[in-house]
Design a protein around this ligand. Structure first.
Ligand code: PEP
Ligand code: MG
Length: 770
């Protein structure tokens, strides 16, 4: 069976997101499975736990009239056997099996194979997925793993589709009259279902009210949708204009202390909103059949185009005013929160097109429970922060504007990527149960907090924490990190309007080192640029900021800023164990210059009689492919190296880590990424140099199996992931890790590699991987 058919899983996700009817969802899934695998029959039987009864709920291949009418007690039939044993059952010539049960309504007598798999979700039996073929050799036992992967997806659908609650309602009917006549007791399906799906990037469950960060919503999120009722759309538009004018006037009145420049921007916006010709053009587009939002978008973009073509820079700038004014109307049209509230009054799920790390720090508060982004990258710095704040986050939810309104009640499942709008009580109840279950199972890992991370055959690995803010230090101890492998120094300063002085930095680094309580802190110098900008540093407008003026390149050009930071870190190194690390190194020259500067600053401090650790270790981040290729040269100049897989992955694969359009291509399990890390590990081993990994992949169990096999003995990650990784190591021997590495080394794509590692990890820590 071709393995690429596993892409079916993505289609299934699409079906779940796209359909609002659970029955149709299941119908489409069985159709997809049957079609993709050229299977004659694919059926789903849902389990009524109270009655111990299985009911045929969806099928391709069997008589569809049997849906809802064919059913069996779990002590009957081969499907019953699957449920009883909670294991796959594969049988050739099923009619000869002692457990075979014949239903004349189904028409299944002609099939020569039977493969049944249990639908298990969170240790709960939900039903059985059955595939059958007329040709005896069409499927075999070897296909069980492929179908098992699909089954877990179907199980999640069943769990959240409302089918189970519906069965409860139908139970009384069915017990009065056992199914026998086609159609009579077909499960009635309730409408509520997961409305949206995105990419889960920060795990956990959250409930709260939707709140849009309006500033981040732009016209690129507005679709060119049609509307039939023009009159209604014109009324929406009129109201939105009126509301936008009201907001602006209020702002004008409230802001007595505006500079004349700010005041003129407000006046310009007001003039645009009062311009009858502007509104008339939008109404024309509505009359042409568009929604008010789509009509507004077209006219704003048309104006913008005109202004952009003007030679006069002042007039060109007016295009920005049009977009500004248009966004005010758009916010009202979409009924989204217009201004950033200082404090949320209740549990809140923030929704934005995208969010920067600085915005996230600004908006963070106890009532911020979850984050949904229309765009976003899997390892953006906002995602990294959300993980360290332990806030569930889902990105790449393209249809968020269409489906969620300000103040909607939401459940965000940051583990599966599902978002429920106004969920029914049974789904809320299910999530409460899941949350408690998850807390309990992870509490179980607390026992590992103070034990060292050892593989099953006793190899020691150091598990460190990545931290960004002083408050993260609490998590370091809570989750039992034995060092801080990466302290990102730029985060505390991202929201400031000026640059911190040496004393301010010294004070902060001392606090971090003190809070680490003897655990070594690897302090990384500023990594700005890319997706992190200091408002007061004059950044050039770059087409490719990740390939531009970033990290050490900024530091070496702004030597004043760099030297200030080096001095502050050196002085703080007198407070406790610390090391210094430099980001985005790509040449030996950079390292030589850095070392000269550090030496210089050490001499100055020594002359001034200031204490510092004269032997502070200096290390580099290996996150540019060039650094891997010249690693043997670089290592002769430094004391340690740490691979930043977030950037290394984006640079090897040419995939912007923040661009959701290409996020499916971003994968640390890509064979090229694995081979590159392996190459770096080999060089380090040969040169007797410690190598650590501090990118997000250090907390990915699949990757960790490979890193252990490569002999990498230091992993630094978001602190909450440490217990699970420690647990994985304790179940894994070096021989197992190496055989996994051998097995994947020649595989040609990430999907196969991921499949293989999934199998390895499922055996070890399956209960914790959902
Ligand atoms: C990395 O690139 O893997 C890394 C740890 O650095 P950052 O995520 O801050 O770019
Ligand atoms: Mg990096």
């Amino acid at each position: 069976m071709p393995r690429q058919k596993l892409h079916l899983l993505e289609d299934i996700c699409g079906v779940i997101t796209g359909s609002r009817d659970p029955r149709k969802t299941l119908d489409t899934i069985v159709e997809l499975v049957a079609e993709r695998f050229s299977i004659d029959v694919c059926s789903v039987y849902i389990f009524d736990a109270e009655q111990k009864y299985l009911v045929l709920t969806a099928t391709v291949g069997l008589n569809r009239a049997a849906i809802g009418s064919v059913g069996m007690h779990i002590s009957e039939g081969l499907s019953g056997l699957v449920l009883e044993t909670m294991a796959p059952v594969f049988v050739r010539n099923p009619s000869t099996h002692p457990r075979y049960k014949y239903f004349k309504e189904s028409g299944e007598e002609i099939y020569r194979t039977f493969l049944g798999l249990p639908l298990i979700y969170h240790q709960r039996n939900l039903g059985v997925l059955v595939v059958q073929t007329a040709e005896e050799s069409a499927i075999s036992e070897a296909d069980i793993p492929v179908f098992s992967a699909i089954t877990s997806q179907v199980a999640a659908t069943v769990a959240y589709s409302g089918l189970l609650a519906d069965l409860d309602k139908d139970r009384s009917n069915r017990s009065a009259q056992k199914p026998s006549v086609a159609g009579e007791n077909a499960p009635r399906l309730i409408e509520k279902k997961p409305v949206l799906r995105g990419i889960a990037v920060s795990s956990g469950f959250a409930q709260g009210r939707a709140h849009y960060l309006a500033e981040s919503i732009g016209f690129d999120q507005v679709k060119m949708e049609a509307a039939e009722n023009h009159r209604e759309q014109r009324i929406f538009l009129e109201k939105a204009f009126e509301a936008a004018r009201h907001d602006i006037r209020q702002l004008h009145r409230a802001a007595n202390d505006l500079t004349s420049q700010d005041a003129s921007i407000i006046e310009a916006n007001l003039m645009i909103l009062e311009d009858a010709a502007f509104r008339r053009k939008i109404c024309n587009r509505i009359d042409a059949g568009y929604t008010a939002a789509a009509a507004l978008k077209q006219v704003v973009l048309q104006y913008l185009g005109h202004f952009n073509r003007m030679a006069d820079p002042y007039l060109r700038q007016r295009g920005a005013d049009i977009v500004d004014a248009g966004k005010q109307v758009l916010a009202n049209l979409l009924a989204i929160g217009k201004t950033q509230q200082n404090a949320f009054s209740g549990d809140t799920i923030v929704i934005a097109a995208d969010i920067s790390a600085a915005e996230l720090i600004r908006v963070r508060q106890p009532h911020l429970k979850g984050i949904i982004l229309a765009k976003g990258g899997k390892t953006s710095h906002a995602v990294i922060l959300a993980k360290s704040f332990e806030i569930p986050m889902i990105i790449g939810v393209k249809d968020v504007l269409d489906s969620i309104r300000e103040n909607d009640r939401l459940i965000v499942d940051g583990t599966s990527g599902l978002i429920f709008r106004d969920p029914p009580p049974e789904i809320c109840g299910e999530y409460d149960r899941l949350r408690v279950e998850k807390e309990n199972s992870f509490r179980d890992l607390d026992r590992l907090r103070d034990v060292p991370a050892l593989t099953r055959d006793g190899r020691f690995c150091r598990l460190g924490a990545n931290v960004s803010l002083l408050s993260d230090l609490e998590l370091v101890h809570k989750y039992g990190a034995d060092h801080i492998g990466l302290y990102r120094t730029e985060f505390p300063f991202l929201v400031r309007g000026d640059f911190p002085t040496e004393e301010e930095q010294f004070d902060l680094y001392c606090k971090v080192i003190a809070a680490a309580a003897g655990k070594t802190v690897t302090i990384r110098t500023l990594d700005v640029g890319g997706d992190k900008f200091f408002s007061h540093l004059d950044y050039p407008k770059e087409t490719n900021p990740y390939l531009g003026w970033r990290a050490v390149r900024v530091s070496l050009e702004r030597e004043d800023i760099f030297r200030t930071q080096i001095r502050a870190v050196l002085r703080a190194s007198a407070c406790g164990p610390a090391s210094l690390m430099f980001p985005m190194i790509s040449t030996v020259e950079e390292v030589s210059t850095i070392k000269r500067i550090v030496k210089d600053e050490k001499s100055k401090l020594a002359e001034a009689g200031r204490p510092f650790d004269a032997n502070i270790a200096l290390g580099i981040m290996v996150e540019v492919p060039a650094a891997v290729r010249i690693l043997h040269h670089l290592l002769t100049h430094v004391d340690f190296a740490s691979i930043g897989t977030n950037d290394l992955t984006q640079y090897i694969l040419a995939v912007d880590r923040n661009n959701e359009k290409v996020s499916a291509l971003y994968n640390p399990l890509h064979p090229a990424v694995i081979a590159t890390i392996r190459e770096a590990a080999t060089v380090c081993r040969r040169m007797g140099m410690p190598l650590s990994i501090c990118g997000e992949s250090a907390s990915n169990p699949y990757c960790v199996v490979l890193y252990v096999a490569m002999g990498i003995t230091r992993l630094s990650m978001n602190p909450a992931s440490i217990p699970l990784i420690k647990h994985l190591m304790a179940t894994l021997s070096m021989a197992e890790a190496q055989s996994a590495l051998m097995a994947v080394a020649d595989m040609e794509d990430a999907a196969r590699i991921s499949d293989h590692l999934k199998q390895v990890c499922s055996e070890k820590i399956g209960a914790y991987l959902r």
